[in-house]
Ligand binder design. Structure first.
Ligand SMILES: Nc1nc2c(ncn2[C@@H]2O[C@H](COP(=O)(O)OP(=O)(O)OP(=O)(O)O)[C@@H](O)[C@H]2O)c(=O)[nH]1
Length: 311
């Protein structure tokens, strides 16, 4: 990425996280600048960390770090923010990884799982657009065969991205569709296959059976497929995201997490307990609806933006 690209990316991140950073830092920083050594400032810190949905375990550790730091009287705002950013980074640094579909086997099959409305379709569309812009041959497969609207939405993204599109109507077997699409992609030299799946949690066991069946048939073609299974979680549902991680993480062999809509909440801190609860790392984050608003997850950049640092 160029320096200007990097700068634009960082300011998008900071802007996207502005509601969370406001919630997280304004009062905390003021409290520390005013009374650097007081128990009251530490209590306020804990309260705000919990309100940002960071979860009790991480909040405790961060408060302990702050207790040990013992800011001198006259600590300024920047110093307090830097310390907070470092503490949050320490919580996340072991949980970041890259999504690299062009570095793996060809075609690289990615399965998208998550509840309806979490941002699966949008995420998939943004990824397709980014990959075709890099010259890759991309196929999108709409395995939610029950919902015509979902199919249509995905088709629009495929056309916009210049990607091939595979779908079937009215409840056709999603696993059969996935198998045929992957077979075609292999025969025709596609680089990447992006598979959208259904997300109805009302009938959890049927949904999991459907996902597992898709995985099973893909493995008939290549034992390592799907090469990535991305769980898409919506940050605006707060700690419910943890529940969803549990449900999908346990059955769907999730290999990476995408946290969307971080711009739509003051509780972006929820990424911390989700990352720590999951066996899979965070790979991408969404901070808006535009194509450039889906970004690789960088623990340090995320943490700095979360506390309102501009660089
Ligand atoms: N603000 C914001 N909105 C987002 C982001 N990602 C997705 N959205 C919006 O969230 C809504 C739901 O996204 P979809 O991609 O349709 O979600 P889905 O999981 O595919 O849902 P279904 O199509 O119902 O299965 C859409 O209006 C998106 O534009 C994001 O990072 N920020």
């Amino acid at each position: 990425m160029t320096d200007t690209g990097k700068k634009g990316w960082f300011s998008r991140l900071t802007e996207g996280l502005s509601r969370s950073s406001k919630q997280m830092t304004d009062q905390v920083v003021a409290a520390f600048v005013k009374e650097p050594l007081s128990e009251r400032a530490l209590e306020q810190l804990e309260e705000h960390l919990l309100e940002s949905d960071l979860g009790p375990a991480a909040a405790d550790r961060i408060v302990e770090r702050f207790r040990e730091l013992r800011f001198s009287a006259g600590a300024d705002e920047r110093e307090v923010k830097e310390a907070l950013a470092e503490a949050v980074t320490a919580e996340l640094i072991g949980h970041e990884a890259r999504y690299e579909p062009l570095a793996g086997p060809k075609p690289f099959v990615t399965l998208f799982v998550g509840v309806n409305g979490s941002g699966k379709t949008t995420t998939l569309g943004k990824i397709a657009a980014d990959l075709t812009a890099q010259g890759a041959k991309v196929m999108i497969v709409a395995c939610d065969t029950f919902r015509a609207a979902a199919r249509e939405q995905l088709k629009v993204w495929a056309e916009r991205a210049g990607a091939a599109f595979e779908s079937r109507r009215d409840g056709a077997d999603p696993a059969g569709l996935a198998f045929d699409a992957y077979t075609r992609a292999k025969a025709e030299g596609f680089d990447v296959v992006l598979i959208d799946t259904a997300g109805r949690l009302q009938n959890k066991s049927a949904l999991m059976d459907e996902l597992l069946k898709i995985v099973r048939v893909l493995k008939k073609i290549d034992a390592d497929a799907p090469h990535e299974t991305l769980l898409v979680l919506d940050a605006t549902v707060g700690r419910n995201a943890l529940e969803q991680e549990k449900i999908f993480g346990r059955t769907a062999y999730v290999s990476g997490i995408v946290m969307t809509k971080l711009d739509g909440t003051a509780r972006g801190g929820v990424l911390v307990p989700v990352a720590q609860a999951s066996d899979a790392p965070i790979k991408l984050i969404g901070v808006g609806e535009g194509i450039d608003d889906l970004q690789p997850f960088d623990a340090r950049a995320f943490s700095r933006s979360l506390v309102g640092l501009q660089d």
